[in-house]
Design a protein around this ligand. Structure first.
Ligand code: IDP
Ligand code: MG
Length: 136
C-alpha cells in the first residue's frame, strides 16, 4: 500500500526550549514530508489531558500532561506517502535510549518523557489528532 497520508507531529517543549524547531523541521523536509499546516502554541493542562486521554490510566499520565502544557510546542500536519508509519520510523522508539541511530529521538531526546517529538500511531488517530489541533 502506498497512499498519500497525513499525520500529526508535535515538537515538544524540551525541543522548542532548546531551539531545535528549525533543525527538526528540516529533517522532516529532507525525508520527503511536506508541512501542510503548522502553529506554535502553548496548551492548557486540561487540553493536554484530552489529547493524551488514551494514557489516562498510566502512572505517568499526570506528569505527561503537565509536561506537554509546560511550554510552547509546534504542532504540524505532515504529508507524505505512508506518512504515519514513515514518521514513526523517523522519530524512533519512545525511549531515546532504544531509538535507532539517525532517528529524531536518538539525536535529540533527553529521556523517555522528554523525547522531543510526538507522532500519531495510526491513520485513525492521525485524523483525530489533526482535528484536535486544526479543526476550527
Ligand atoms: P509514543 O510517543 O512513542 O507514541 P506513548 O506510549 O504513546 O509513546 O506515550 C506517550 C508519551 O508518554 C511518550 O512520548 C512519552 O513522552 C511519555 N511516556 C511514555 N512512557 C512513559 C514512561 O514509562 N514514563 C514516562 N513517560 C512516558
Ligand atoms: Mg503514542
Amino acid at each position: 500500500m502506498s497512499d498519500i497520508e497525513q499525520t500529526l507531529s508535535i515538537i515538544k517543549p524540551d525541543a522548542v526550549e532548546r531551539s531545535l524547531e528549525k533543525e527538526i523541521k528540516e529533517i522532516f523536509i529532507k525525508n520527503g514530508f511536506s508541512i501542510i499546516q503548522e502553529k506554535k502554541i502553548q496548551i492548557e493542562k486540561n487540553e493536554a489531558e484530552k489529547f493524551y486521554k488514551v494514557h489516562e490510566t498510566k502512572p505517568f499520565y499526570n506528569d505527561l500532561c503537565s509536561y506537554l502544557s509546560s511550554g510552547p510546542i509546534v504542532v504540524m500536519i505532515l504529508e507524505k506517502i505512508n506518512a504515519v508509519k514513515s514518521n514513526r520510523e523517523l522519530m524512533g522508539s519512545t525511549n531515546p535510549k532504544d531509538a535507532k541511530e539517525g532517528s529524531i529521538r536518538k539525536k535529540y531526546g533527553i529521556s523517555i518523557d522528554k523525547n522531543s517529538v510526538h507522532g500519531s500511531d495510526s491513520i485513525e488517530n492521525a485524523k483525530l489528532e489533526i482535528d484536535f489541533f486544526f479543526k476550527d
